[in-house]
Design a binder for this molecule. Structure first.
Ligand code: ATR
Length: 273
């Protein structure tokens, strides 16, 4: 069996082994997918050792995505822009290749699973950390009309605007603080890690209109703190990041195996677990 794994620290709660095992069973692909906890200071050796043992591909999670990007011999275009990698493999020449499937996962979950196209929409992105940088390229490729990046530290949002200006095309791309947006958006995406501290990004309730759709990149058994706030303000629909998690995994599976798993039954199964 071909060997794959997810590397992180901690790693015991990762759903990736479960997701990829379900994909493998469904598609009949002969593979084994495990979880590896890399020491904080030894990610590179963990990766090298895995591929030396004949490993075919790695997913990378917290806190190693930036390191994965750095140590690669080459990067896909979308990984280059993301500044981080969640998917590693050896290319046909044996070069360690860094890809990033997070943005594709988010866009597919919104567009395909939830029927929310991004083209022509006014989007508010909350946060400007690694998770947000990882998804901006694929979002801009959908050609929204407006993309406002709001962050607690405004300079970081401004940095992302500078970085992504060249791929923004016709999209109006802007940065600001949380207090500034005062009008309703079509789509609001929470890419902050505020909820990990039980916090809400302090945005005006005016960003939620009667037709506003909200997507929290986090997921949890209950409605996330941010999504509950959005529902209380009248958001029409709210989604959490479970679909994104499964879709980024499906895109990695495609990159490695050239086979497209059916994500719907896997999302349903995880939701019920
Ligand atoms: P990640 O990989 O999750 O993106 P990160 O790069 O550390 O992690 O970024 C965390 C993001 O959540 C940032 O946008 C951060 O805001 P700052 O750039 O101002 O630090 C945001 N964030 C974290 N805790 C927050 C909180 N309590 N309230 C609002 N924003 C928060």
């Amino acid at each position: 069996n071909d060997l794959y794994a997810v590397v992180g620290n901690p790693i015991s709660h990762s759903k990736s082994p479960r997701i990829h095992s379900l994909f493998a069973r469904q598609t009949g692909e002969q593979l084994e997918y495990t979880a590896i906890q890399a020491p904080e200071n030894d990610f590179s050796a963990t990766v090298t050792g895995f591929f030396e043992r004949g490993g075919k591909g790695l997913n990378v999670t917290v806190p190693f995505k930036e390191q994965a990007w750095k140590i690669a011999d080459r990067r896909t275009e979308r990984a280059e822009l993301a500044g981080a990698s969640n998917t590693l493999y050896k290319d046909s020449k044996g070069l360690l290749t860094a890809d990033n499937t997070d943005g594709k996962g988010l866009v597919t979950d919104l567009k395909v699973n939830h029927g929310i196209p991004l083209a022509g929409k006014r989007i508010l992105m909350l946060g400007a950390g690694g998770a947000v940088r990882g998804v901006l390229g694929p979002i801009l490729a959908e050609e929204p009309a407006v993309l406002v990046i709001a962050n607690r530290t405004v300079a970081k949002a401004e940095g992302l605007v500078t970085l992504f200006e060249a791929v923004a095309g016709q999209t109006h791309l802007n940065a600001c603080g949380f207090e500034q947006p005062a009008e309703a958006f079509d789509i609001i995406i929470n890419g902050t890690s505020a909820s990990l501290q039980g916090d809400l990004p302090p945005v005006s309730a005016n960003v939620i209109g009667a037709d506003t759709v909200v997507y929290d990149m986090m997921y949890s058994l209950q409605t996330t703190t941010f999504n509950q706030w959005a529902l209380d303000q009248g958001a029409i629909r709210v989604f959490d990041g479970l679909g994104m998690l499964v879709e980024q995994a499906a895109e990695s599976f495609r990159v490695w195996r050239s086979v497209s798993p059916d994500t719907r039954p896997v999302i349903d199964e995880l939701r019920n677990e």
